[in-house]
Design a binder for this molecule. Structure first.
Ligand code: FE2
Length: 391
């Protein structure tokens, strides 16, 4: 009896939270408030996000340059699913990396191979997931290894951006079509041709939305980054476009008198950019979990992997022209000039995000009014609202 009561209380609590989330709809960038603070720490709301957002939308799992050659692979853990992204002779696949035999992982880390071999009993799989051999299985009746294949995720490559997307949904439409306007916007960067360098990973004890919201607005530059971003990219010049539904963008131009150098780290700039595109610091959010920032000589690319309401792993890299990526000394030298700056700015965000996570869990916390300068925070809230409302 008590268990039932407590379970009912839990459901009612989630229902009430969902109603609070939906109550924030029908606002504008000038009237909007944040989502209810509990959506950043509630396990029940996170579980609802998994079902209604992450498992029904397209999720990016990397860039094609991470599997440039046949046999290149890397492992990804997506919402608890052990996966391997691999380039076969014909195409890129995202396969389950759970052995069909007794579920050990057939791959770990990253590398290049022509055969995935399970360490448990050496069942071997080709790059297309087909089971090529299973030792000592000759006496197993009606076992035909040729008919066995690792399950494959529904996958789509957005060629213009070089992004590898997967989805758990059989129903959702093409992600390439939904990102057509973003592909057009970024066409001169030719992101599909770029190559990832300087990879990094972060494992943080805050909610995925907290990390993305901070990464998508520049209102906080003057307060949280007085000696880093605010110096050249002051808050007062930042502005957000209207949401595009599947993506959102915030611009952080430099001071009018800033030299061109603030827009690059001294790598060769992308050759096809228009003059105005050479003076940008633009932030892009592909809902729900992918983030870009575009500069004249490099693009930052980050994918988030939510691990729970209070924990988010994210993987980032810088995308540069292939001929630039091949010049390892130049990459090392130019990124070194900005490394202390970027690390300091990242630490400034990290410290704030950790404190925000604590604050959002306060029973006294309430939704906060947003500045139009952080409309991107509202755009994400709108996306979450629409997805949560859909049964
Ligand atoms: Fe920041």
């Amino acid at each position: 009896m008590n268990m039932m009561l407590s379970s009912n209380t839990g459901d009612r609590s989630l229902d009430a939270l969902v109603q609070d989330v939906l109550a924030g709809a029908n606002q504008t960038a000038r009237t909007a408030s944040t989502l209810p603070p509990r959506v950043y720490s509630s396990q029940a709301f996170y579980d609802l996000e998994v079902e209604r957002i992450f498992k029904r939308d397209w999720l990016c799992v990397g860039h094609v340059s991470q599997v440039a050659n046949v046999g290149d692979y890397y492992c990804v853990d997506l919402l608890g699913e052990p996966l391997v992204v691999v380039r076969g002779k014909d195409r890129i696949r995202v396969l389950s990396r759970v052995c069909l035999h007794r579920w050990a992982p057939i791959a770990t880390g990253q590398g290049n191979t022509n055969l995935f071999s399970c360490p448990f009993h050496r069942w071997g799989y080709g790059l297309d997931g087909r089971l090529l051999g299973a030792p000592f299985m000759d006496d197993a009746e009606n076992f035909d290894h040729k008919s066995c294949r690792l399950p494959e995720m529904r996958t789509e490559i957005v060629e213009a951006l070089g992004l590898i997307f997967v989805t758990f949904s059989d129903e959702i439409g093409s992600i390439t079509e939904r990102l057509a306007t973003l592909c057009l916007r970024l066409k001169n960067w030719k992101i599909g041709e770029l190559v990832g360098v300087e990879p990094s990973e972060m494992d943080a004890e805050f909610n995925w939305k907290i990390q993305l919201e901070t990464g998508m607005e520049c209102y906080h530059h003057f307060a949280a980054h007085p000696k880093t971003f605010e110096v050249d990219h002051p808050s007062r010049l930042s502005w957000c476009e209207d949401s595009k539904g599947t993506w959102s963008t915030c611009h952080s131009p430099a001071r009018d008198d800033a030299p061109d150098e603030v827009y690059t780290i001294g790598l060769p700039t992308f050759p096809d950019l228009e003059p105005a595109e050479r003076r940008v610091f633009d932030l892009y959010h592909i809902f729900p979990l992918t983030r870009f920032s575009a500069f004249a000589d490099r693009v930052n690319f980050r994918v988030l992997y939510p691990m729970g309401p209070n924990r988010t792993v994210s993987k980032a890299m810088w995308l540069v022209r292939p001929e630039v990526a091949a010049r390892k000394d130049l990459i090392e030298e130019r990124f070194a000039t900005r490394r202390d700056f970027m690390n300091q700015a990242a630490e400034e965000d990290y410290a704030i995000d950790l404190m925000q996570q604590v604050g959002s869990a306060s029973v006294l916390a309430r939704p906060g009014r947003l500045s139009p300068m952080e409309a991107t925070v509202w755009h994400l809230a709108e996306y979450v609202r629409q997805r949560i409302a859909a049964n």
